[in-house]
Design a protein around this ligand. Structure first.
Ligand SMILES: *[C@@H]1O[C@H](CO)[C@@H](O)[C@H](O)[C@H]1NC(C)=O
Ligand SMILES: *[C@@H]1O[C@H](CO)[C@@H](O)[C@H](O)[C@H]1NC(C)=O
Ligand SMILES: *[C@@H]1O[C@H](CO)[C@@H](O)[C@H](O)[C@H]1NC(C)=O
Ligand SMILES: *[C@@H]1O[C@H](CO)[C@@H](O)[C@H](O)[C@H]1NC(C)=O
Length: 339
């Protein structure tokens, strides 16, 4: 009951009526079913943002952020990092509720690295079994509780690249467990994947169990980290590196959909340094990379049926946001959502 009151209040405060659901080919009012994999298959062009949840923002704050994203044309949000221990079902429920209020699709990501991306060192309890598995279970549970706005589930951010589970076979067994639990709950059609780099898949030995376990491919694609990166985001090497990685995914996807869940170019090198000394991280460079992707809408993304999501919304991931942490825009974000 409290839940519905909060939902009504927030909808009112944010000016979103329930009719905002279904305004686009997206999540309908919760309860009714929608074909998620068909929606993923139909995606191309810019789809939305990566959203860091480490700051544990409230439902109201997240709904505000999601509505600002939606004003810019975003249709999907994927989470990054984790709040608290990351195993708290009620926090993921807040995230999904915020998406539901605003009428935007959400991809909850179970953070499978035992520790945070930066600023933490491994302690004796920071193992996959102790830290990561409870997060996978929490995400599976919350989606079972409230599947409405959930487009898909990401089981790990670069879990192959970081070898989080110890082997591709072990990782695949958790994906399979999540699928079994979803199926028992009547959600056998919930798309599952991992969000990883081409290099993650390429460097992990026998990836067949994981490739067989996923419904589609979520791609982390960062020409910024390429060893041959030459300068700004708009360089022709950026595009060459981008499509080289996509071609790899096409070679293992067997016709299943591909969605670039994380791509971007930072405005500083503070959190993640590049691998090439020639790389320029700046606002112009970041905007140039966005322009590069946007300019390939007809010729590439529509042709290949591939959507892309920008990392990141704000500078929680230092330098990667389209907004500073104080909420002001680095530049006026625009990207085509169709062409
Ligand atoms: C590891 O977990 C055990 C059992 O919960 C606990 O007693 C111990 O204090 C933890 N160690 C650290 C370093 O957090
Ligand atoms: C699947 O459900 C079982 C039974 O409720 C539970 O013990 C297990 O932790 C769940 N696994 C995952 C990965 O959600
Ligand atoms: C970047 O590249 C695109 C296409 O290659 C071009 O349209 C655009 O003007 C370039 N420059 C900047 C600064 O973005
Ligand atoms: C927000 O932070 C940026 C970077 O530090 C700064 O340039 C900008 O003026 C700030 N905006 C406001 C409204 O404080």
């Amino acid at each position: 009951m409290i839940y519905f009151n909060i939902l009504a209040l927030l909808s009112f405060v944010l000016g979103y009526a329930a009719s905002s659901y279904g305004a686009h080919d997206s999540n309908p009012a919760s309860g009714s079913s929608w074909n998620r994999l068909e929606r993923i298959k139909s995606m191309y062009a810019w789809e939305g943002f990566v959203y860091d949840i480490e700051a544990c923002r409230s439902t109201e704050e997240m709904a505000q952020d999601f509505s600002e994203m939606k004003e810019r044309g975003a249709r999907v949000v994927i989470t990054f990092e984790f709040c608290g221990t990351g195993a708290d079902v009620s926090y993921y429920d807040d995230v999904i509720t915020a998406a539901e209020i605003v009428g935007i699709d959400i991809i909850p990501l179970a953070w499978t690295l035992p520790i945070h991306a930066v600023g933490q060192t491994y302690g004796p309890n920071d193992t996959f079994l102790i830290k990561s598995v409870p997060r996978i279970e929490a995400v599976a549970q919350v989606v079972i509780n409230n599947p409405g706005p959930v487009l898909a589930i990401a089981i790990g951010d670069e879990p192959l690249y970081d070898n989080d589970a110890g082997s591709p076979t072990a990782l695949a067994s958790y994906i399979t467990q999540v699928r079994q639990n979803l199926t028992t709950a009547g959600l056998s059609d919930m798309p599952l994947s991992i969000s990883d780099l081409a290099l993650g898949w390429q460097s992990s030995g026998n990836i067949t169990p994981v490739a067989d376990a996923v419904d589609f491919f979520m791609v982390n694609n960062f020409p910024y980290f390429a060893f041959d990166a030459t300068s700004g985001g708009n360089a022709s090497t950026s595009w060459d590196d981008f499509i080289t990685d996509i071609e790899y995914f096409q070679s293992i996807a067997g016709g299943r959909p591909i969605l670039v869940t994380q791509t971007g170019w930072p405005t500083n090198e503070d959190e993640f340094a590049p691998n090439s000394p020639d790389v320029v991280a700046s606002i112009a460079s970041s905007e140039g990379y966005r322009n590069l992707l946007d300019s390939r809408c007809e010729e590439y993304f529509k042709e290949m049926n591939i959507g892309w999501m920008w990392r990141s919304w704000e500078d929680d991931i230092d330098g990667w946001g389209v907004k500073f942490l104080n909420g002001s825009d680095k530049w006026d974000w625009r990207a085509r959502i169709e062409c």
